[in-house]
Design a protein around this ligand. Structure first.
Ligand code: FMN
Length: 354
């Protein structure tokens, strides 16, 4: 059987194959927080060209402190909802499932990016590494008060409502890559002494509250997914979870949430994790029955097949970005390149991508 092009039942959705477009921020939405038309068209084209799932870029959850990069998109005004609604309809017409990913950047923000100029995080700790885009250290964030926690949770719920109004098939909480939710999960950035810090249960509380609040507004026929990673975009070398046991405890707690899949983001799906001889997908699979998506250097037929030994769905970012015919090329078993990180910078140019 051709596992890559076999169908998969994700809740009530019959995916036509096991390949999805990973979430990719494009920074094309200055002003009205609506992506450029060619950036929206790109997602529709990837659906037409065979992807079974299309993720949006990370959508920012409020106008206060959530934005982490210039020109990110939001989904709370009627104009924003209308713009995405057209995209969602076309993705559906092409036979693919659309999922809106949303995020709050937490301590990865900087002044000037957010309209309110505010930077917040679980604790007032900055990353070791400077901000590559500004050339300066990240500013010290405000440790979030309980009011802040409630406000941010509300932003996730409002943005989920925007996605529901736009007709998205699903919503994903970005709990990966060292952004706010990941900052709460990891003791590296969460040194709180209240109910949101300390034990694994406490560090999961913020994600738990957001997932519960969203599930209360989600219609039964939509998907809710959670993305996690053991690495962040800043201080990349740091293992955000100290041991396999700690990571698995988090996965077990997440598995009790009303989510339909866990998306595991790695830099290389094959890489052995936590000093074991297992990759992240296998370590995740050991402790959950939820469908697993895996991402990271999956670039051709062999790597898709291999990655699907430990996961149900493969996501690709760079190959999807740079090769409009990637799904067809995988099906044909073509020899394909592994794209380098620098090649992905094309995502941020004004030139429409094929
Ligand atoms: C241009 C670009 C933008 C990205 N933006 C996001 C994002 O908004 N949300 C997210 O979860 N990951 C984002 N990522 C990470 C990818 O989804 C993916 O996890 C990573 O690139 C590894 O997959 P790959 O080897 O197939 O590129 C981005 C990656 C690229 C290249």
């Amino acid at each position: 059987m051709d596992i890559i092009f076999s169908s998969f039942k994700l809740k009530d959705f019959n995916l036509k194959n096991r390949i999805g477009v990973a979430p990719m921020t494009r920074m094309s939405s200055p002003g009205d927080s609506i992506p450029r038309q060619d950036v929206l068209d790109f997602l529709v084209r990837r659906a037409k060209n065979g992807a079974a799932i299309v993720y949006t870029e990370a959508i920012v959850t409020d106008y206060e402190s959530a934005q982490g990069y210039p020109g990110q998109a939001r989904l709370t005004t009627q104009r924003q909802i209308d713009a995405w609604s057209r995209v969602v309809q076309e993705i559906r017409k092409a036979g693919a499932v659309s999922i809106m990913q949303m995020f709050h950047c937490g301590r990865i923000g900087w002044p000037g990016v957010n309209p309110a100029n505010r930077i917040i995080a679980p604790s007032a700790i900055i990353p070791k590494q400077d901000n590559a885009l500004t050339g300066s250290p990240y500013p010290t964030p405000d440790a979030m008060s309980l009011f802040d926690i409630e406000h941010v949770t509300h932003g996730f719920v409002e943005t989920a409502k925007g996605a529901i109004a736009a007709g998205f098939d699903g919503v994903e909480i970005h709990g990966a890559h060292g952004y706010l939710i990941n900052q709460f999960l990891s003791a590296y950035s969460n040194q709180r002494t209240d109910a949101y810090g300390g034990s694994v249960e406490n560090r999961c509380r913020f994600a738990h509250e957001i997932l519960q609040a969203i599930s209360r507004v989600m219609p039964e026929d939509r998907l809710l997914t959670f993305r996690i990673s053991n690495w962040g975009v800043v201080d990349m070398d740091v293992s955000l979870f100290e041991t396999k046991q700690e990571y698995q405890q988090i996965i077990k707690l997440l598995s009790e949430e009303p989510i339909d899949a866990i998306s595991v983001s790695t830099y290389d799906y094959k890489a052995k994790a936590f000093g074991t001889d297992q990759n992240m997908a296998r370590i995740t699979r050991e402790v959950t029955r939820l469908p697993i998506m895996i991402c990271g250097k999956i670039y051709d037929r062999n790597s898709c097949e291999d990655a699907l030994k430990d996961a149900d769905i493969v996501l690709s970012a760079k190959s999807m970005l740079l090769n409009p015919n990637w799904v067809g090329d995988v099906r044909a078993g073509k020899q394909l390149p592994i794209y380098k990180s620098e090649e992905a910078d094309i995502a941020y140019t004004k030139e429409p991508l094929p």
